[in-house]
Design a protein around this ligand. Structure first.
Ligand code: ZN
Length: 320
């Protein structure tokens, strides 16, 4: 069998982008499984959700957004620390960049390594990499909830922490008045899950319960389609949970029986393939996902740092 190309290195075709107006003054840009971005209008300002991987890529999103509104960006909200969602921040010229406390700590601890890792895994997303001025540092962080009044009848935007999940420090952005939820990578809608920095047990139980309990009727996940309507929202959350539960079951069984990491990879891959194998970044994610879950089962509390070198080693062991 031919060795699979590393991560998303061979994925060089630009994806079709779709800007949807998903509520009154609420926008989401999906891109065929590439990271989703969003924006919310306040009375005389914008809140942008996610920054993309480079200012150059962020400018392309902003050009589309500017066909709908010319309000200045007061707040840029980062759902978590991953480079493909943070390093384009400079393009927004935001007054305030907001993230969770633990996201700030993760950027300090491993932001540099994550930058190198993600640029190697997903080179297409880093178009215009020379426009990145450096790591993105949040100006304001919080631990539990942070509320942004949008002005007038628009209500408020609530930034909330739902527990450990895709990373240690994911936040969700919730618009109660319109029941619209930006879930970041805590929920994927018809895209595979990246769990290389995840806490599988918390994520698949209490964290997703907290996300579901918000009662969204529109959900924008980290990748994939916008889920419109309560049924589609529930399906996206349950798809995310199922992916995690199958991984926990399959990798857990091999781990308990004294098997090896490659055996766990084969088992998880086989169990997930039929339902999820055709979705974006499935093959890319699986080695990193299983490697992290294996560590979690070994009692390694916090995810080990992914470096460009470790990426290649794990890939060679499991997908090579
Ligand atoms: Zn992520």
């Amino acid at each position: 069998m031919m060795a699979k190309p590393f991560a998303s290195e061979a994925d060089t075709a630009a994806k079709d982008e779709v800007l949807e107006v998903i509520g009154e003054g609420v926008y989401a840009l999906t891109a065929g499984g590439d990271p989703t971005v969003g924006a919310i209008e306040g009375d005389d300002f914008l809140v942008c959700i996610e920054a993309r991987a480079t200012p150059h890529m962020a400018d392309k999103w902003l050009a589309q957004l500017r066909e709908h509104t010319d309000k200045p960006v007061r707040y840029l909200v980062l759902t978590h620390y991953h480079a493909v969602r943070t390093l384009g921040a400079a393009a927004f010229d935001a007054d305030v960049i907001i993230a969770h406390d633990l996201t700030r700590a993760l950027i300090a601890e491993r932001g540099q390594q994550d930058w190198a890792s993600e640029a190697g895994r997903m080179p297409r997303l880093f178009e215009g990499a020379e426009t990145i001025p450096g790591l993105t540092w949040p100006d304001v962080t919080f631990s539990d909830t942070l509320t942004i009044p949008l002005g007038g009848a628009r209500g408020s935007l609530e930034l909330r922490y739902c527990g450990r999940g895709h990373t240690e420090g994911d936040l969700v952005a919730w618009l109660p008045a319109q029941r619209i939820l930006f879930a970041g990578d805590l929920v994927e809608s018809k895209a595979a899950l990246y769990t290389g920095d995840a806490f599988h047990t918390d994520w698949s139980t209490t964290t997703l319960d907290a996300v579901a309990n918000l009662g969204a009727s529109t959900l924008v996940g980290g990748r994939g389609e916008v889920a419109h309507g309560e049924d589609a929202v529930a399906a996206a959350i349950e798809q995310t949970r199922d992916f995690l539960m199958v991984m926990r079951r399959e990798v857990g069984a091999v781990h308990r029986d004294g098997g090896t990491l490659p055996q766990a990879f084969e088992a998880a891959h086989a169990a997930l393939f039929e339902a999820y194998g055709h979705w974006p970044i499935f093959e890319h994610c699986m080695p990193f996902d299983v490697a992290r879950l294996w560590d979690e089962l070994d009692g390694i509390e916090r995810p080990r740092i992914w470096t460009a070198e470790r990426d290649r080693e794990v890939w060679a062991e499991l997908q090579g």
